[in-house]
Design a protein around this ligand. Sequence first.
Ligand SMILES: Cc1cc2nc3c(=O)[nH]c(=O)nc-3n(C[C@H](O)[C@H](O)[C@H](O)COP(=O)(O)O)c2cc1C
Length: 192
Amino acid sequence: MKKIMSIITFVLMLTVFTAGGNMVHAETADTPAAHSDILVAYFSATGTTKGVAERIASVTGGDLYEILPAEPYTEEDLNYNDSSSRTTIEQNDKSVRPEIGSEEISLEDYTTIYLGFPIWWGEEPRILDTFAEKYSFEGITVIPFCTSGGSGIGRSGSNMETLAGSGTWLEGERFNGNVSEEDLQSWIDGLQ
Ligand SMILES: Cc1cc2nc3c(=O)[nH]c(=O)nc-3n(C[C@H](O)[C@H](O)[C@H](O)COP(=O)(O)O)c2cc1C
């Protein structure tokens, strides 16, 4: 009888141990990360870059962060035919740093940032310069992307890399506003 009891105890202990072991393993394997290590940060005055940013976030599973100007750009501000409009003045003066109004973000847990913006007068809007100077990109690969009426990304990436002074900055790419998720995926695959 004693022998039977000790066999039962042994089997019970084995069951508890095995079940416990499995539980720990399942928890480790199934617990999702707090958030992605990919961030898609973008500024978009009229929504075109926003659309591309959302598609990049969709194909990469990245988090989205909108760089919002503290003072929003009005239609008048965006008039590139007016030599005294806000954007013309800002783009003509490389020292202008429009204030960012969106909540500060911690970049600590990100290893890759897709950084999107429209092309203004051939390069990045000055608010991207504010963003580049505001954060540390240490240990982060920054991949610029832009939309435009036709102009390429030009020196935007290297301009921001110089201002940031940290991180690994790729040259980046210009897209049409209606670029598909499939085309974005092939671009991303080609970056590796
Ligand atoms: C002030 C201003 C300057 C622009 N300069 C250029 C330019 O130099 N080259 C170009 O191809 N498109 C230029 N564009 C067009 C924008 O790059 C294009 O419409 C872009 O897709 C807008 O993106 P968004 O909707 O995300 O703001 C300019 C637009 C604005 C408002």
